[in-house]
Write a protein that binds this ligand. Structure first.
Ligand SMILES: [Zn+2]
Length: 161
């Protein structure tokens, strides 16, 4: 709110200054100072208002484009899946809105990844003690020692029906 008042005051002072210069220039040529001051004030207010409307619209469009880009970037998830022919682990790019077929890196068998959604209750850890908190942090920082990394397969095959 405070910033809004400051911006408003700066606008009013700016318009008054420009109008005073216009009025003074007009007065030099024998025209009415206050007449030209008034006309310039009204005109610059209208132009300023229209400019603000244009900027707001432009920013709205840019925000929408950014959101769309962001949605596209996060549309894929890399997931680990097991080949149904040879049980080799594959990492594929999974999308919820597409047919997720892939070719196995080991046997070239064509698989389809099917997505099923499950829900879970949200829980929050209750850590009363600082010492416990430290232990939890250390556990989280331990390196991942799970089974060896599967071959990465980012290739996707589109099957036409
Ligand atoms: Zn396979």
């Amino acid at each position: 709110m405070k910033e809004l008042i400051i911006v408003f005051l700066i606008s009013v002072i700016g318009i008054a200054a420009v109008s005073a210069i216009a009025g003074w220039a007009a007065w030099l040529f024998g025209f009415s100072f206050w007449g030209w001051f008034g006309i310039t004030s009204v005109m610059s207010s209208i132009i300023g208002y229209l400019w603000n409307v244009y900027l707001e619209k432009k920013m709205g469009v840019e925000r929408l484009l950014l959101e769309t880009e962001n949605n596209l970037a996060t549309a894929y998830q890399n997931v680990e899946v097991v080949c149904q022919y040879c049980s080799t682990k594959n990492i594929i790019r999974l999308a919820l809105n597409k047919d997720n077929t892939f070719k196995c890196v080991n046997c070239n068998g064509i698989n389809r990844a099917i997505v099923s959604i499950v829900t879970a209750r949200t829980t929050e850890p209750i850590i009363a003690d600082e010492g416990l908190k430290k232990i939890f942090t250390q556990i989280k920082e331990l390196p991942d020692t799970s089974s060896k990394q599967p071959a990465i397969n980012t290739e996707k095959i589109e099957i036409t029906k």
